[in-house]
Design a protein around this ligand. Structure first.
Ligand code: HAM
Length: 425
C-alpha cells in the first residue's frame, strides 16, 4: 500500500510553512493596528451548531461536513468554518451583548468537497468577525483592511473585489418569489442540481458554474432591484466609501455566498491566477445569526481568507520566493574525536547570539564534505576546529564569501561573530 496523506489533505513543506508564517506575521500586524484581538475555538463542535448557523440546505451542511459520533453517541462535526464557533463562544461567554468586539482567528477547517487545485478537504483560514456595529462604515473598514493586506503582501495586482447586497430576510423573500417564477418558467434549461434547488435554496442557483445556466441567468431578475430604501442606502454608502478610498470594485448581483447566514453586504476578493478556485477571501454581514443561535440581536460582519489559496497565489506571483532563512554560520569538526567540542561550541554561541542561525555537522565526514555542506546551506562563515585547535583553545574562521581565513582564540569567537554579522543582520 502506498503511504500517502488522506485525499484532499496535504502537508505544508518548509517553503510553505515559512510562507505561512510570513503571511501571518504581516496580517497580524495589520489586524493589531485595526484593534482586533485573537480568539481561538475547538476544532470540533456539536453538529447542530453548524446546521443551525450555516443552514441545512447548503452544500456545506448537506454534503461536506465531517460528522462523527463520540463515545456517548453525541453527533460532532469537524468545523467547516469559524463564524458559527465565534458566535457560539460569544453567546456562551456573554461577550457580545451591547458590546463592540473585533476578533480574528486562524486554523484548519474541514469540508468533504471534491478535491482539486485550490480546493481541499482540510484547509487553513484566517477569519475576522466584528460584533455591535450596524452601519456601512464597518463594512468599508473591513474591506480597507483586506486591501491593505494585499498591498503589504505585494499581490494587489492579482486580486479583484466583488460586492453585492442581498438585503434583509423580507427583501430576500420577495426576491425569492420572482426568482422562483423565472426559474420555473425556464425549468427545461436547468440541470439536476438546480432543479432540486428551486424549492429549497433557489438563490444558490445564481452561483451555478454551468455555462448554459449562466447564460439563462443573464435574463433573471436581480436582487438589487428588490432592496428597500434602508438596504439601498447602506449599500450606496459602502460604494461611496470604497470610491473615496480609491478601491476598485465590481457589483456582482449574482454574488450570494454559500452559507445561509448572510444579509445585506456580501463581498469576495477573487483572483484569476490560481485556476478555477479563485475565491481568495469572502464574507459579509450576518445581522441575524447571534439571535438565531440564542443570543440577543447583535449586528455582525466578518470574512475569512483561504490561506492555501493565498500561498498558491504568492507562489504564482513570485515563483522563486523561498523565505526559509539560510544558515549564518557552520561549525566543522576535523575528526570524530572532537564531537563534544563542536557540540558545546555551538551551544555557547547560541547562548550569546540566539538570533544567529547556526548548524554543525558534529565532525562527521571529511573536511571537504563538511565545507560543501556549509556552502549548500548558504553559510557565510565556517568555524573549523580540530585536535590542534582544541589543544590551543583556538578556532579557525573562514569567510565563505571572500575566502579570508584567520585563527582566533575561542574566547573571541562571540565578538568575531557579532562583528562579522553586523553587516548582514
Ligand atoms: P467561505 O467563503 O466559505 O466563507 O470561505 C472563505 C475562504 O476560505 C474562501 O474564499 C476560500 O479562499 C477558502 N476556502 C473555502 N473552502 C475551501 C476549500 N475547500 N479549500 C481551500 N480553501 C477553501 C467562510 O468560511 C465564512 N465563515 C467567512 C465569514 C466569516 N463570513 C463571515 N464571517
Amino acid at each position: 500500500m502506498k503511504l500517502q496523506a488522506i485525499r484532499g489533505m496535504h502537508d505544508y513543506l518548509p517553503v510553505e510553512t515559512a510562507l505561512l508564517e510570513h503571511i501571518e506575521k504581516i496580517l497580524k500586524k495589520i489586524l493589531f493596528s485595526y484593534g482586533y484581538n485573537e480568539i481561538s475555538f475547538p476544532i470540533v463542535e456539536k453538529t447542530s451548531l453548524f446546521k443551525k448557523a450555516i443552514g441545512s440546505i447548503t452544500d456545506v451542511v448537506e454534503k461536506e461536513m465531517y460528522i462523527f459520533k463520540d463515545r456517548k453517541g453525541e453527533s460532532l462535526t469537524l468545523r467547516p468554518e469559524g463564524t458559527a464557533s465565534c458566535v457560539r463562544a460569544g453567546i456562551e461567554h456573554g461577550f457580545l451583548y451591547n458590546k463592540e468586539q473585533k476578533f480574528w482567528y486562524k486554523g484548519p477547517m474541514f469540508r468533504y468537497e471534491r478535491p482539486q487545485k485550490g480546493r481541499y478537504r482540510q484547509f487553513n483560514q484566517i477569519g475576522v468577525e466584528v460584533f455591535g456595529h450596524k452601519g456601512p462604515d464597518i463594512d468599508a473598514e473591513l474591506i480597507f483592511m483586506t486591501h491593505r493586506w494585499w498591498r503589504a503582501l505585494c499581490i494587489s495586482d492579482y486580486v479583484k473585489l466583488e460586492i453585492n447586497s442581498i438585503g434583509s430576510k423580507s427583501e430576500r423573500a420577495r426576491y425569492r418569489k420572482v426568482l422562483v417564477s423565472f426559474l420555473k418558467l425556464n425549468k427545461h434549461h436547468l440541470d439536476e442540481t438546480c432543479l432540486k434547488r428551486i424549492d429549497t435554496n433557489p438563490l444558490r442557483i445564481l452561483d451555478s458554474k454551468n455555462n448554459n445556466i449562466k447564460k439563462l441567468l443573464n435574463d433573471a431578475p436581480l436582487i438589487t432591484d428588490y432592496l428597500d430604501e434602508n438596504s439601498k442606502k447602506h449599500f450606496d454608502n459602502l460604494c461611496k466609501f470604497l470610491k473615496l478610498a480609491g478601491i476598485s470594485y465590481t457589483i456582482n448581483p449574482k454574488l450570494v455566498r454559500g452559507l445561509d447566514y448572510y444579509n445585506r453586504t456580501v463581498f469576495e476578493w477573487v483572483t484569476k491566477n490560481i485556476g478555477s478556485q479563485g475565491a481568495l477571501c469572502g464574507g459579509g454581514r450576518y445581522d441575524y445569526l447571534v439571535e438565531q443561535l440564542g443570543g440577543n440581536a447583535t449586528p455582525a460582519i466578518g470574512f475569512a481568507i483561504g490561506l492555501d489559496r493565498l500561498i498558491m497565489l504568492i507562489k504564482t506571483a513570485y515563483p522563486n520566493l523561498n523565505l526559509n532563512k539560510k544558515v549564518d554560520a557552520y561549525i566543522i569538526g576535523t575528526s570524530n574525536n572532537i564531537k563534544n567540542s563542536t557540540l558545546f561550541l555551538a551551544e555557547k554561541i547560541r547562548n550569546y547570539l540566539p538570533k544567529l542561525r547556526l548548524m554543525t555537522n558534529y565532525g562527521e565526514g571529511s573536511l571537504k564534505k563538511q565545507f560543501n555542506l556549509a556552502y549548500k546551506y548558504g553559510a557565510k562563515l565556517a568555524l573549523v576546529i580540530g585536535e590542534n585547535e582544541i589543544a590551543s583553545n583556538k578556532v579557525f574562521v573562514k569567510d565563505l564569501c571572500m575566502g579570508n581565513k584567520e585563527l582566533i582564540s575561542q574566547n573571541d569567537v562571540i565578538l568575531k561573530l557579532k562583528d562579522f554579522f553586523k553587516k548582514y543582520n
